[in-house]
Every structure is written in structure tokens, then in C-alpha cells.
Ligand binder design. Structure first.
Ligand code: SF4
Ligand code: SF4
Length: 248
């Protein structure tokens, strides 16, 4: 007798969240549910990535093992005894139970590049110094797997699709003769959209306005546009950002 598994689902963003953070995948061998991220910043991006990774395991292995799932998700959730943080048995040893932090992912990406021999990382506590030394000692050029690099690329793509303005916050447009904090304004606008953090961004923008450095001070002299290496239409984008961030 052959057992048949039928899968169906329904999901709703609920009464609190602005975005639905749930993602689901049902394949021939893998069913994955990322049941939201508790309203965490860009949680919908994180759950989509987790499910995307799981969907790629479908059909790869007839009997999927916990360590394959852990490795696919790049969690490194395996302790020195080979135990997976989820309670199963892992295949990779030597890493902590908590996986890599976003900062560790970023540093490991930099150290993965063969042309990099020095990384300047801002540190404000001894814990960060110790952490950076540990990562630099452990990471090596080409150490990230293709799957990990693919996951980072998907994360980048996910964030880029939600970036409103391609400002790198380089600051070449500063100082503005009217005092407009262009990179700060664009940064707040991007953060609001990427992390669904409108309340915080609008509150901080109100602080910038109070200091008379918000986008409404622009007199359209064009100096910033001539200086911008990204060739952004700063004047129009400032108007857009102001409309989105200003609290009436
Ligand atoms: S165009 Fe506006 S934002 Fe740009 S430098 Fe002139 S006043 Fe400042
Ligand atoms: S010069 Fe352009 S990219 Fe750099 S901070 Fe100003 S607007 Fe952003």
C-alpha cells in the first residue's frame, strides 16, 4: 500500500503586521513552513529565504537528514560533539549553537575574497574585538560554500528589491549649502521600506526637520547632483522621501 500525503495551507498576515511573514513550500519530499519571524525586521525576507533554501533540497536526497537541513540553511548549529542545535546529529563540528550573526556573515563574506588581506571593522566593545579575531582566524579565502554564497546573493537581491534609493551614503554630496542631510534622509527612507520601520524612520526624520536639515530645505541648486557618483536625481528623490517620511 502506498501512502499519499496531500498538503494544503492558508496564511494570513493577521491583525498586527503590515506584511505577511509566512512562507510555505510543498514539494515531492520536502514540506517547509517558515511561520513568520515574530515581526522581526525584514522577517518576510528571512522566511522567504529559508523556504527557498528548503525547496532546493526537494529531490536532492531520498532520506533528508537533519545535518543536510542545517548545512543548507547555513546555520552551523552544531556543537563540538557533533550535536545539532535542533537536537539531531550534525555533520559539521566546531561552531556555536546560535549560527552566524549578520555581522559574522558580512565579515566572512569579506574574508572569503582572495584579494582581501586587511579588513577594517569598527568595534566598540572588547566582545566585538574577540569576536572579530575569532572570525578572522577561522575564515579563509574561498571558505564559503557555493550554497552559502548563493544564499547571500539571494539575501542581497531580496534587500535590493526593497531599496527605494540606490544611495550608498558615501557623503560626496555633503555639505549641502542649505544643510540638507541627504545621505541620512535617503538612509531613513530605505530603512523604513526594507525593514518596515516607518514609525522609527519618521520619528528620526522629525528630529532632522527640527534641526532644519530635512529635505524641505532644498532650494534645488543642483550641487549635490553634480557630485553624486551614483548619478542620482537627488532633488526629485528628496521630494519623494520627504513625502513619505514627513509627519504632517
Ligand atoms: S539641490 Fe538641494 S539638496 Fe542638493 S545641494 Fe542644492 S540645496 Fe542641497
Ligand atoms: S553622493 Fe549620491 S550616493 Fe553619495 S550620499 Fe550623496 S546621494 Fe548618496
Amino acid at each position: 500500500m502506498v501512502a499519499t500525503l496531500r498538503v494544503g495551507w492558508a496564511t494570513d498576515r493577521g491583525a498586527v503586521r503590515q506584511f505577511n511573514e509566512d512562507h510555505v513550500f510543498a514539494g515531492g519530499r520536502v514540506v517547509a513552513v517558515a511561520d513568520g519571524m515574530g515581526g522581526h525586521a525584514a522577517g518576510d525576507v528571512a522566511s522567504a529565504m529559508a523556504v527557498d533554501v528548503m525547496s532546493q533540497l526537494d529531490g536532492q536526497s531520498e532520506h533528508l537528514r537533519p545535518d543536510e537541513v542545517v548545512a543548507a540553511l547555513g546555520m552551523r548549529g552544531v556543537d563540538d560533539d557533533g550535536r545539532c542545535a535542533c537536537g539531531g546529529v550534525g555533520g559539521e563540528g566546531g561552531a556555536g549553537r546560535d549560527g552566524w550573526s549578520p555581522a559574522e556573515w558580512a565579515l566572512r563574506w569579506v574574508w572569503n575574497l582572495p584579494e582581501v588581506s586587511v579588513a577594517l571593522s569598527g568595534m566598540s566593545s572588547m566582545e566585538q574585538v574577540v569576536d572579530n579575531i575569532r572570525i578572522a582566524s577561522d575564515a579563509a579565502p574561498g571558505a564559503l560554500t557555493e550554497r552559502q554564497l548563493a544564499m547571500l546573493a539571494r539575501a542581497r537581491e531580496a534587500y535590493m528589491t526593497r531599496t527605494k534609493i540606490a544611495c550608498t551614503e558615501c557623503g560626496y554630496c555633503q555639505p549641502c549649502p542649505q544643510g540638507v542631510l541627504i545621505p541620512d534622509v535617503f538612509g531613513l527612507y530605505n530603512e523604513a521600506e526594507i525593514f518596515n520601520a516607518w514609525e522609527g524612520s519618521r520619528r528620526m526624520y522629525a528630529g532632522i526637520a527640527k534641526a532644519s536639515k530635512d529635505a524641505s530645505r532644498c532650494v534645488e541648486c543642483g550641487q549635490c547632483e553634480a557630485a553624486c557618483p551614483q548619478q542620482l536625481k537627488v532633488i526629485e528623490l528628496l521630494k519623494e522621501a520627504h513625502t513619505a517620511l514627513a509627519i504632517e
